[in-house]
Design a protein around this ligand. Structure first.
Ligand code: TYM
Length: 332
């Protein structure tokens, strides 16, 4: 049976970018790939590459789990678990650090960006983070890894590390394939549409949170940056704002951008934005309702316990194999 794996870091609240680029794909693939086992996790160890408040982190971990289910992940179909509850992630991460070269880590654009924004106190783990991500994937022999565009480089590195390890020590890891959504692999900021939509940006008008107040969501869309041309046309270079809104619309409504251009050929930006606001609000409303039921429900812990049990089974066997391949300890 093939395996699919992906994760989300529980730092702050999730955005519409996370939904379109990742969460929505997981839910769709759940039905499209009936013969694939799913491993979807909360990447809490990745969160501590930057400072976190303990109480807030604890809340965010549960919150991401509830969002996963509120978006439609079926616990009967998916193994949902918390990364730090499976110590093998850290064990394999060290093996991956001992497979990767420093130059490879330093070349990762996410690391360079984040390092550029922070001047002091940059944690070592911010640089070694892709080794942990490679471990997350390789531990479960994942064949397919659905992600947004910003994680592409990390999965490419994972592939290289898997191949390097296999060549040096014999066939051990499956080389994973990344999977991107047809539209929406990189949802942009509503205020600076040349940048990615990201919860860490200072201006809350630049992003839509899945749990945002729905009136605020409408206002954010209405005030999204566009251009002075006045025609609804997809042109990322000259019209990044409208192109981003078209992408969001096309993804959520399952329509092609071409169809939307035709439909709105004679419309104003105001009409287009009002329709888009309705679509976003109609998407978020049921997610928010289910979220508020789930976040306090004991089912959430049961699902996470069961997911951890299955993940542990696989991870334990894989680590024994890796240690044996490397000649570590007394494993024969
Ligand atoms: P994270 O938590 O930053 O993002 C989670 C997922 O959301 C996607 N995403 C976006 N997609 C489209 N437009 C956007 N603006 C946008 N912002 C975020 C990301 O591409 C990602 O798929 N390192 C990962 C988490 C992780 C992981 C893994 C993923 C850890 N181990 C193993 C896959 C496999 C991260 O920080 O994602």
């Amino acid at each position: 049976m093939k395996r699919l794996l992906s994760g989300i870091k529980p730092t702050g609240q999730l955005t519409l970018g996370n939904y379109i680029g990742a969460l929505r794909q997981f839910v769709k693939l759940q039905d499209e790939l009936p013969d694939t086992e799913f491993f979807i996790f909360i990447a809490d160890l990745h969160a501590i590459t930057t400072p976190q408040d303990k109480g807030q982190l604890r809340h965010n971990i549960k919150s991401v789990a509830a969002v996963y289910m509120a978006c439609g992940l079926d616990p009967g179909r998916v193994n949902l678990f918390i990364q730090s509850e499976i110590p093998e992630h850290v064990m394999l991460s060290y093996v991956m650090e001992s497979t990767a070269y420093i130059g490879e880590m330093e070349r990762m654009t996410q690391y360079k960006d984040k390092k550029g924004r922070q001047t002091e106190g940059i944690r070592t783990s911010l640089m070694t983070y892709p080794a942990l991500m490679a471990a997350d994937i390789l531990l479960y022999d994942a064949d397919i890894v659905p992600i947004g565009d910003d994680q592409k480089q990390h999965v490419e590195l994972t592939r290289n590390l898997a191949i390097r390890f296999n060549n040096a020590h014999g066939q051990t890891f499956v080389v994973p394939e990344p999977f991107f959504p047809k539209t929406g692999a990189r949802i942009k900021s509503l205020t600076e549409p040349d940048k990615k939509m990201d919860k860490s940006h200072d201006n809350p008008k630049s992003y839509i949170l899945l749990l945002d107040d729905l009136n605020a969501v409408k206002n954010k869309i209405k005030s999204a940056v566009t251009d002075s041309e006045g025609t609804i046309r997809y042109d990322v270079k000259h019209k990044p704002g409208i192109s981003n809104l078209l992408t969001i619309y096309a993804s959520l409504a399952d329509l092609s951008i071409k169809d939307l251009e035709k439909r709105y050929a004679e419309s104003s930006y105001a009409t287009f934005k009002a329709d888009l606001a309705e679509i976003v609000v109609d998407t978020l409303r049921p997610i928010q309702e289910r979220y508020h039921e789930l976040i306090k429900h004991p089912l959430l812990d049961q699902v996470l316990d069961e997911g951890a049990k299955r993940a542990k089974e696989i991870a334990r066997i894989k680590m024994l194999k890796v240690y044996k391949r490397l000649g570590l300890g007394r494993v024969k």
